[in-house]
Design a protein. Sequence first.
Length: 440
Amino acid sequence: MFDGLQRWLSLILFGTAERDAKIQRHLDLQNRLAEIDIRLKDVAASIELHPDLLREQVSLLVGKVTVLAAGAQATDAALSNQHGAMANEVNAILNTVIPVRHSVAALEMRLSELNAAQQQSGIDTLLARSAELVGTLSNSQATSLSRQGEMANEVNAILNVVLPLQQRILALETRIDGLDRAMTDARAFDQAHNMLLARSTLALTSRRADPSSGAKVVATNPLPTASLQAQMTAFKAAAPNNFEAWYKAYVAGVEEGQRTPEGNLSHEGHIGAGYFRMFINVHARGRILDVGCGPLPLPAYLVDCPLESLAGIDPQDPHMPHPFAFAKTFAETIPWPAASFDTVVVATSLDHVYLLDKALAEIKRVLAPGGRLLLWTALLQSTPSYDPYGPAFEPPDQYHLFHPGLNWFYELFRSDYHLIERLPTVSSAEFVAFERIGSR
């Protein structure tokens, strides 16, 4: 059927080409007639000028035109006949093609329906399979989740046992490390203590064996001084921003000392006081001033010193009268003339003063050139430098405005003293011996 259709289409195309060629020849004839008409008009114009000469030529041309016209009429008639025949052929072809087109359209529609049905069948199969897989997966997930829950409970139960054990192990390791460090420190301190004990014994023996030691060195009595209230008024005027915090810490310290006098570091039962006593025996000489001697009658670290060579200052009243020259005053005001002492002792009291620069200036003033400054002080690795004159700041605890730090404390003494000895001792504290330089 399609081969016959192609043959008919080929005949139609061939006939159309032949028709187009004939039409083109007809057009060419019309163009020639138009040219002849123009020439006739020209000839008519010439006739008026040369009538006899041109009549003959006109007759010849008229004959030719007659022949051409007859040929054109014959051509038109032939073309008309051919056009009619070709129209009949085209109608016959269309009568054959149109039913074929209808059949092709019907076949295409059926093919589309079959494809759609096949695709729908595949989709339905896939959907059914997917639903089956989803169900299987849901069951697997449910089983997996259930198992995961059981495993999580088991893991939590194990962790509840393991974590406390780990914490206890870490705590024990920390404790062991601390004990190791403490034992190391204790061994080192025992060695230093034994050495200090030997040196203290040797110093006391040498002093007693020296014939010149029989000459008494007497510390003079203090000069009149301002009352504590007047001194505190001056403190507040000089550094008002931190005065209230310092005064609160000062009162707390006084009250604590009155409640528990045995807790005072100058008490004979304090191990540090016994070590500092030996340190003083090694380094002290001549007239001795104790800055912050406390409320006990005689500090335990001074028991080996001749009483007549001793003097002390403290803002607290003693529980019993001191057996040495005493002035109730703060360290910022020491009521003795310049160079009155050969040794100044400061036992854990330097971190209680308010105007630290004033206190250190007073200590330097009353200490003779070449004299010894003996400190017992707690020292932390790093602390904020102390400045009571600046803005208000938060005290580190209820008894202190500052804690000395290794990062700044020793710089306070660099220009006025030579360092003789630093001896680490209990509770992050150090015993320090300085020698005052300069002639004034």
